[in-house]
Write a protein that binds this ligand. Structure first.
Ligand code: 13P
Length: 254
């Protein structure tokens, strides 16, 4: 059965003391996710090693970077390569978050390069896709998301694809408090899975975890994660509040 994942995306929040306290508060709950469960914390770069150290061998917990370079190595001031991430024991990386696409000009082709570099270093990319409000208002969301997946992932083999996590994050639901309805989430997740099935086959598509992101909270997580094709969430704001995120972890399907 595919993994059910609660992933925290802290974005550019928390100073080190608050970051440590937040992780401590969540980890002290000692939540043991089910066999197919996974908890991931995508923390700011300077906290990666501190956060990884706190996991202390907990098999179902992992730390992620929020971004990586599309270049392998070299004179790219301010960038962080997947090789550097791998060398400090990081096994997950968010790729193509809508904030990276929107504010830092990241394009589908560049994201394909990032995905390739991650896979080459055995880092699991959490590949983000999702449409803006004006696209949804014109009912263009399916074509839009299909194109994001085609441009960034279609070159992968079935074996490679199965090492990827997909996060569907409708931009209109991010940080707005406006969550997609369970119908909207399930519809899009089912659509994404059918796109994957069309290219790589039903069995491969059935193995891919597809997370929902966009105003996930303790109060709506259970309902969203209960959808057949929603395999957990990528959580921003609510992941910064320990009791909220603890409940979100506990809302994963078993
Ligand atoms: P919010 O949960 O704050 O809406 O953010 C979602 C997100 O962008 C996670 O990557």
């Amino acid at each position: 059965m595919r993994k059910q994942i609660a992933a925290a995306n802290w974005k550019m929040n928390l100073t080190i003391d608050k970051a440590e306290a937040l992780l401590d508060d969540i980890l002290k709950e000692n939540i043991e996710p089910a066999e197919n469960g996974q908890v991931v914390f995508a923390v700011p770069f300077p906290y990666l090693m501190m956060a990884a150290g706190k996991l202390n061998g907990k098999a179902r917990y992992a730390i992620a970077a929020q971004n990586c370079s599309n270049k392998k190595a070299g004179a790219y001031t301010g960038e962080t390569s997947v090789e550097i991430l791998q060398s400090i024991g990081i096994n997950y990386c968010i790729v193509g978050h809508s904030e990276r696409r929107e504010y830092f000009g990241e394009m589908n082709q560049m994201l394909a390069e990032k995905v390739d570099l991650c896979l080459a270093q055995s880092i699991t990319p959490i590949f983000c896709c999702g449409e803006a409000l004006e696209v949804r208002e014109k009912e263009g969301q399916n074509d839009f998301v299909r194109k994001q997946i085609e441009d960034s992932l279609y070159h992968l083999s079935a074996e490679q694809l199965q090492k990827i996590i997909i996060a569907y994050e409708p931009i209109w639901a991010i940080g707005t408090g406006r969550t997609a309805s369970t119908e909207q989430a399930q519809q899009m997740h089912h659509f994404i899975r059918s796109v994957l099935a069309g290219k790589w086959g039903e069995e491969v598509a059935g193995n891919i975890s597809i997370l929902y992101g966009g105003s996930v909270k303790a109060s709506n997580a259970k309902e969203l994660f209960g959808c057949a094709d929603v395999d957990g969430g990528l959580v921003g704001g609510a992941s910064l509040i320990a009791p909220e995120f603890v409940q979100i972890i506990n809302a994963l399907k078993h």
